[in-house]
Write a protein that binds this ligand. Structure first.
Ligand SMILES: Cc1ncc(COP(=O)(O)O)c(CNCCCC(=O)O)c1O
Length: 442
């Protein structure tokens, strides 16, 4: 890795150069574009981001679960550098190129299920989810789409409608898309009757709502994240996902797994659906797919995808050649560096340390997640009342100490950890130490 794998603070965070740049950002960019940590990055790699003041921070965010293979990963850089000098764009629908087909062949092979598949490429997770719904509606002739509490699927009109949390994603942007319905998610930490029967009860409630209030034969698609990401890293109770998938199969409903945040080895499987043997009809992927280049994919059963008439799917940039080369570099890196195993190792290191912190600090109500998709939920001690203020205070201390962490959750009370899968273990340990110190100082 070209960048030294060390935490190094040479100024306050943010430093003077970042503060200058922040003032310019505020004068040029609308306030609606948020900033988690106003350090302006100049380079990054492994488990480190370096800012304009020369500070090196430990990265527990991966650009929101994108740089799984590391920032500026060598195989990605090498492929993109060659490609950019050959051609940068032709529009695949105008004159195609091999790398797009190679990415689709790989995704058809690697995604769950050994059935005949088709893949097409777009630019963002939201665009992938939009297109999954288009294909499902076209193939079934139905209109209704069912999503879940705490779900997140994007910021376009349809995906904003599919998303659960009002602020900041939906407030003021209505009217929303029609024919979208929300049902309960098996959220073990918050299920009213306790985690033990959460999957069965939540599935029964969801299925009852679908059959009685919507009509199963009116539903084109169910869209669900195998682990709810922005909603708070909620791992649905074991058995919930398979039961929902089974119900979809029984009723001709397209089961769409939104693996934008969980895909590409993040959870300790190449795709999170594998954990419970769930085979989706369509899977949407993005984020980790191309190491930071904008790319997303819709991979689905051939008999569904091939129903759409010629020209019914598309977009100018979908499957840009640079992004396709990056994706091929990502897939090579995941395989050659066994990043699925690395993700599991990260979980094996983080979960016990966080459990020990939960024992020590009663503001930590829950520790959860799989692989390198881990979270803690903060509550008022002795209750399950969300404590977003505690999250804000811990994040502030972590950032000041050079650890980049992100938050999540419907209630804003979740600290999530998404380190690059290539992060050296010494930085993982150092980051956990900074986190523990922040809790000790609360
Ligand atoms: C499961 C799941 N589906 C879809 C999406 C949307 O992916 P795009 O590439 O951001 O459109 C996401 C994006 N999550 C990060 C959103 C960041 C923000 O905008 O504040 C996701 O996690």
């Amino acid at each position: 890795m070209s960048i030294p794998q060390e935490r190094r603070l040479v100024t306050a965070i943010p430093g003077p150069r970042s503060q200058e740049l922040l003032a310019r950002k505020q004068a040029a960019v609308p306030g609606g574009i948020g900033t988690t940590l106003p350090v302006f990055v100049t380079r990054a790699g492994g488990g480190v981001v370096e800012d304009a003041d020369g500070n090196r921070l430990i990265d527990f965010g991966s650009g929101i679960a994108v740089t799984n293979v590391g920032n500026a990963a060598p195989r990605v850089v090498e492929r993109v550098q060659k490609q950019v000098a050959d051609f940068t764009h032709t529009c695949f629908m105008v004159t195609p190129y091999e790398s797009y087909v190679q990415v689709c062949e790989k995704l058809n092979e690697l995604t769950p299920g050994d059935h005949d598949k088709r893949t097409f490429l777009v630019n963002s997770g939201a665009e992938a989810v939009e297109n999954a719904v288009k294909v499902a509606r076209y193939a079934t002739g139905r209109q209704a789409v069912v999503v879940f509490d705490h779900g997140y699927h994007g910021r376009t009109l349809l995906t904003m409608t599919l998303t659960a949390k009002n602020m900041p994603y939906k407030q003021g942007f209505g009217p929303y898309a029609p024919e979208v319905y929300r049902v309960p998610l098996a959220y073990p930490f918050r299920w009213p009757t306790g985690p033990e029967n959460c999957a069965e009860e939540a599935a029964a409630q969801a299925i009852d709502m679908i059959t009685k209030q919507i009509g199963a034969t009116n539903v084109a698609a169910v869209v669900i994240e195998p682990i709810a990401g922005e909603g708070g890293f909620i791992e649905p109770a074991k058995g919930f996902l398979p039961r929902i998938a089974e119900f979809c199969r029984e009723n001709g409903i397209v089961f769409v797994a939104d693996e934008v945040q969980t895909g590409f080895a993040r959870t300790g499987d190449l795709f999170a659906c594998e954990h419970e043997g769930v085979v989706p009809d369509i899977i949407t992927t993005a984020k980790g797919i191309a190491g930071g280049l904008p790319l997303a994919a819709v991979t689905g059963r051939a008999e569904l995808m091939d129903q759409v008439h010629p020209g019914g799917l598309g977009g100018t940039y979908g499957g840009n050649p640079l992004a396709c080369e990056a994706a091929l570099g990502v897939l090579e890196t995941i395989a050659e560096e066994d990043l699925v195993a690395r993700a599991r190792r990260i979980g094996e290191i983080m979960l016990p340390r966080l459990e020990a912190m939960r024992e020590r600090f009663d503001v930590i109500g829950d520790v959860r997640g799989r692989g390198a998709m881990i979270a803690i939920e903060l509550v008022r001690p002795g209750t399950k009342e969300p404590d977003p203020a505690a999250v804000a205070e811990v994040v502030k201390r972590c950032h000041a100490d050079g650890l980049l962490v992100l938050t999540a959750g419907t209630y804003g009370n979740v600290l999530r950890f998404l380190p690059p899968l290539v992060i050296p273990e010494h930085l993982l340990e150092e980051g956990l130490g900074i986190l523990e110190k922040a809790f000790a100082e609360l």
